[in-house]
Design a protein around this ligand. Structure first.
Ligand code: SF4
Length: 348
């Protein structure tokens, strides 16, 4: 085991975070073992989401769906409504698909075979390795974006992360111990969060500074090398906020495929261009009010202009649109983009 590995495991013992899905090294010594279900749920939630955001969602989730059996019987709309605010809804949908497959084919247990895990919905290389090492104590090399950054810095890799994947893997293999790889993965995650942070790493407090090549070569501020920034394309469209009477408005459930698939929202035009002669979703008195909501998706920016509808034709398609009473409305049931629309629309 390298000196870096030993030092970081020791650091983790003293400084590791106490998290609701985690068994600390001290508790592990006392015989406690991690719950694979909790490890799986947490790893899915933590994809593209910070630990602090995940903690309250995780606690609520486990309270509501405390095992695979219960989760497998959940309704997809309930899961998606729960996921509102966490974003990347495909994760919620895949979680449910996966729970159903686990209930059907794996006796409601998480398997620890890598190939089997990789065949399950929503589980990729990183998640499979994390589950195997953290939940089952199997030997794995776990690499997420934080670990990539730390490895780049320790070994002073002078190419952007995207072009260094093979090298990062090679160096990570040097660091990960054969036993305890789950603890080491969690040690690296905490170390990346508290010490080797994305911006302004705490090198003066760092227990491995002597072994860190970026620190020794005075390159910390330059590593990882930043890739040239791609400008995200801008898409535009209209969003229709229609009142059928002063206390009721209309929502629709979006088609299950595509962005925000299966979620509740206000009807929108297609997202490409914005032109005045738009197609309105149903008959109403429409007013363009010159208010725009902007939102960042991972691959593009979106600008939706709010169009207000009044005197809605009572013959609107009620199999497609849901009439919602203001008093019964839970804003948290909407994805973030649609919450922004609601908040701007009701200020008018
Ligand atoms: S010395 Fe600085 S850059 Fe190197 S591992 Fe420690 S915190 Fe990260």
């Amino acid at each position: 085991m390298s000196i870096i590995t030993k030092t970081l495991l020791k650091w983790y013992l003293d400084n590791g975070r106490i998290l609701p899905w985690r068994v600390s090294p001290k508790d592990a010594k006392a015989g406690q073992t991690p719950d694979p279900y909790k490890v799986w749920i947490s790893e899915i939630m933590l994809q593209q989401t910070t630990v602090n955001t995940v903690i309250p969602y995780f606690k609520k989730f486990i309270k509501k769906w405390n095992c695979i059996d219960k989760l497998s019987q959940a309704n997809e709309n309930d899961i998606l409504a729960f996921w509102a605010g966490l974003g990347y809804y495909a994760r919620g949908r895949n979680l449910l698909k996966c729970a159903r497959e686990l209930a059907e084919k794996f006796d409601s247990k998480i398997p620890n075979d890598k190939e089997v895990l990789l065949g399950l919905p929503g589980i990729g290389e990183y998640t499979a390795s994390a589950i195997r090492s953290i939940a089952f104590g199997e030997s794995e090399v776990v690499i997420d974006s934080n670990i990539e950054r730390v490895v780049c810095r320790i070994f002073c890799i002078k190419k952007p992360i995207k072009q260094s994947k093979k090298n990062i893997k090679k160096y990570a293999h040097l660091l990960f111990p054969e036993y305890n790889s789950g603890d080491f993965a969690q040690a690296l995650m905490d170390f990346a969060n508290f010490i080797c942070k994305p911006k302004k790493p705490n090198c003066t407090l760092c227990p491995i500074a002597k072994s860190c090549l970026s620190f020794q070569n005075d390159e910390v501020d330059n590593i990882p090398i930043k890739p040239t920034k791609k400008i995200k394309p801008l898409k535009k469209g209209y969003v229709f906020f229609a009142k059928i009477n002063p206390n009721m408005f209309l929502l629709e459930r979006r088609p299950s495929e595509g962005i925000l698939g299966g979620l509740l929202g206000f009807p929108t035009s297609t997202w490409d261009e914005r032109k005045f002669e738009t197609t309105y979703p149903f008959e109403a008195k429409w007013t363009h009010i010159n208010k725009v909501v902007t939102h960042q998706f991972s691959h593009f920016k979106l600008e939706l202009e709010i169009v207000l509808g009044e005197k809605v034709d009572p013959q609107f398609d009620n199999s497609k649109y849901l009439a919602i009473e203001d008093v019964n409305f839970d804003l948290m049931a909407l994805p973030t983009l649609m919450r922004k629309v609601y908040i701007k629309a009701i200020q008018i």
